[in-house]
Design a protein around this ligand. Sequence first.
Ligand code: ZN
Length: 447
Amino acid sequence: MSMDKMRAWKLLEEMSYVRVAGSPEDLKTAELLKAECDKAGVPAVIEDFEIDVVDIAAATLEVLESEYHAYPVIGIGKTASTSDEGVIGGFKYIEDAYDANLSDIEGKIVLLQGRMTPEVTEKLKKKGALGYVSIGGNLYEDESIKNELRPANAFGPDHPIPGLRIHISEAEALVRSKPTKVKLVLKNETKKVKSYNVIATLEGTDLKDEVLVFSAHCDSVPYSKGSWDNATGSVSIMELMYYFKEKGSRRTIKFLWAGAEEIGLVGSRKYCEAHKDELDSYIFNINFDMTGVTIGYEMCCCSTSEDTLHAIEYMAKISGYPLKTELGTYSSDSSSFAGAGVPACSFARLAPRGGAEIHNHNDVMDRLDPDSFMITINFVSKLAEGIVNAPVNPIPRKLADSVVEKLEKGKKMMMAAEEAKKKEVEEAEKAKEAAEEPKEAASEEAK
Ligand SMILES: [Zn+2]
């Protein structure tokens, strides 16, 4: 029986509910997956870890002059809070935050598009911006989706100025209204809650000290049932578990359902930290993020050496499997393994422009079908079977220079921002101490 598309389909339907990291549904999902492993006769464990979740008490954006208007916005977590009165200043639309656009933003609230990296917010802070409003959404999405801007935490370490997010259609109106005085309020707290990884192990026979790890994230984003992103990946590795449970393997195979991927690959990173000592024995990570879409194409992003990329291309060709390949880093859990030095890849069945959507309420079963779902795992089961039973490890423990560069760039950006943040905290403490000293002296005198 091995892999079974209707069993997979049933689990996909069961998993199709909003599963945001840190919510009660997050734990429910971990328990559901563990129960499924038990049913398959493969022992699984749930490992919890801490995550930061957004708790926004207030987030408003009002144009005070020349004509009053309140715009619908959401707050961005892990950005600086304002007082109840908020911050009031001028306004400037700074597009992509190129230097030429930052020349006169002191005392202003700025509107901008693109990714809010720690580098960008540091730049804004240095130039004296009071706060930022970043643009999200799509001009052409229907009304029901316009209200689904996702609450999220700032990327990387805490941002030094308050941040809001506005829908692009509202941003258009905002720019055209030429505001001269704007008020921004953000009351924002970070709460620590638990999220979960589920891990199942199929022990190998004579080469059990070498491990292949399959992974897929099992969380979704607010408003999204995440049928495609990424119940499909979760179910893919479940079917591979059934497959290898029946076939057996010389090497050990681990299955990781990673939590909290959508808030920054947190589950897989925590897994790599917690299992640091074992990672030397991990020869390869095969990750799945989004498969099963009817109108789609197969893709594999390899964070490996060129050799492994070419080997996968060769396998795909001799199997008649149409695969678009790429050497690089994928914004999914494979990057956590590659970052920890384990060669990794991500398989996906992606949609063309105008096709299926993710990260909103349209990500449901309607765009998927059982036969398209099987395409990816039919190939990967064969690819993995070759690897786990090979007499010698066929995956060089090596990442191409271009992959290393991309991983390093990400790491450096985070570290630089963390340094800047640390310095700021130290300076604030020094300033506080300096302010307290005269007070102490004064109270001594009073005695
Ligand atoms: Zn995903």
